[in-house]
Design a binder for this molecule. Sequence first.
Ligand SMILES: Nc1ncnc2c1ncn2[C@@H]1O[C@H](COP(=O)(O)OP(=O)(O)O)[C@@H](O)[C@H]1O
Ligand SMILES: [Mg+2]
Length: 229
Amino acid sequence: MSELKLENVSYIYPGATRKVVNNVSCSFAAGKVNAVVGPSGSGKTTLLSMLAGLDSPTEGALYIDGEPLAEMDLDHYRRERVSMIFQAFQLFPLLTVLENVAFPMELRGIETKDAQEPSRDYLNAVGIGPEKHGRYPANLSGGEQQRVAIARTLASGARVLLADEPTGNLDKANGQNVIDILKALAHERNYCVIIVTHDLNIAAQADHVWQMSDGVLTEQVAHQEVESN
Ligand SMILES: Nc1ncnc2c1ncn2[C@@H]1O[C@H](COP(=O)(O)OP(=O)(O)O)[C@@H](O)[C@H]1O
Ligand SMILES: [Mg+2]
């Protein structure tokens, strides 16, 4: 399991005075899909970069499975505990599909030959069959490229998957496919999934929906009926 917890987390960009993330306390549990929604500029990406260990909070503390990030080696945290999925898939164009997925395993010191079989398994698990493993990313559709990016994320061994608008470049069917994979990873394999999205259809499928407004994060109560007066 992997759970991320935030306690009174605030972030001010260097040289600025405004809290872009303002006193956020929450937890993101393993086995759940979390969606973070909110207007542009409300602080979603800044929040995600703290969760990813790319930035440290100005105030407050983050914990993974109870361990404070402030006391961890953040290089190790970024390499092994969390994994980011980007809107623009960020695959290596000169590596094959299989090599792209094997790469994070090789970073962890696993030999190329030993990385092959698990990498094939991760690709098959996201619906990229063997006939595509030797192709270059340019010869796949956008939806397939995003699935390879997810397979690479799985190969990193991280149990927390962070995604910033992961379906932003995809058509509806491929976008849904990616969301289905992320849902299965959370519900069947106990990953902690956190998706920043503008897409209310995606948010509606999450287990928890968080609203970011001006740096303040609040959980939306599921299926709340709004009564009209
Ligand atoms: N490097 C930076 N330096 C100063 N301010 C920044 C920087 N990056 C983002 N901001 C500001 O922080 C606020 C939140 O940005 P961001 O987290 O990217 O929001 P979102 O992802 O919700 O659109 C915005 O007002 C943005 O202009
Ligand atoms: Mg953003």
